[in-house]
Design a protein around this ligand. Structure first.
Ligand SMILES: *Cc1c(COP(=O)(O)O)cnc(C)c1O
Length: 228
């Protein structure tokens, strides 16, 4: 198949949905990213700060870098100058730090709130109750250097299609509910990041606007990509 063919396949599959393709390049070398770039792909997702910083320095300046993995507060400073979207905001302390770093670089940093929808212990994110508390917290509207562009969620890793669909649908419903609320001015609920190689078709059916695809573009990952 090859990276170019895979990118083209996704481009045509996503077109009817108007969804964006995030090519998840974690663990893959810069040359593979270059190959995707030459096929016209511009948005790349990484889950580790150090790896993203290293690749960013080796590649063209018009790539858009999305941080999709758990982000530690002390590492925000390394990605703040160039990151295009942080998908994984799951605490106020993290958002506060992103705001500080945005201020330092005089740059508004787009973020998504990661919501916990899976029936699994290991996934990061806010549950629905925490999400509503988060949005109503008084400090949120004071963050002038962040823009909350939407929500991100990961479904349970299972073969049970109905379960995956239920989880994505629940996130979509909350997303739609939030859009009806009068949110702070640094909110613009337009992106719903859900779907990976194994479940993107379900995610698209349930209203995803961004799919994060690694394996189905770049092939399997040989080295561990678990959070360290
Ligand atoms: C690795 C990863 C993906 C991509 O997973 P694939 O199954 O390889 O498509 C998507 N989202 C997050 C948060 C990831 O860590």
């Amino acid at each position: 198949m090859g990276i170019k063919n895979n990118i083209e396949k996704f481009r045509s599959e996503l077109k009817p949905y108007g969804a964006k393709l995030i090519a998840v390049s974690k663990t893959h070398p810069a040359e593979k990213i270059r190959e995707a770039y030459e096929s016209g792909q511009r948005i790349f997702g990484e889950n580790k700060v150090q790896e993203m910083v290293e690749k960013q320095s080796q590649l063209a300046p018009d790539l858009e870098w999305h941080l999709i993995g758990h982000l530690q507060r002390n590492k925000v400073k390394y990605i703040a100058p160039f990151v295009s979207l942080i998908h994984s905001v799951d605490s106020m302390k993290l958002l506060d730090e992103i705001n500080k770093q945005g201020k330092r670089y005089n740059k508004v940093i787009p973020c998504l709130l990661q919501v916990y929808i899976a029936r699994e212990e290991t996934k990061f994110g806010l549950d629905f109750r925490e999400l509503y508390q988060f949005i109503q917290a008084p400090e949120v509207k004071t963050y002038e250097f962040v823009l909350v562009n939407g929500l991100m969620g990961m479904a349970t890793l299972t073969e049970e299609e109905t379960q995956i669909r239920d989880e994505f649908r629940s996130l979509r419903q909350v997303f739609d509910e939030l859009k009806q609320l009068s949110l702070p001015s640094n909110f613009n609920m337009k992106e719903l990041s859900m779907g990976m190689s194994s479940d993107y078709q379900i995610a698209l059916d349930e209203g995803s606007t961004m799919v994060r695809i690694g394996t189905a573009i770049f092939g399997s990952r040989k080295i561990s990509d678990e959070p360290s």
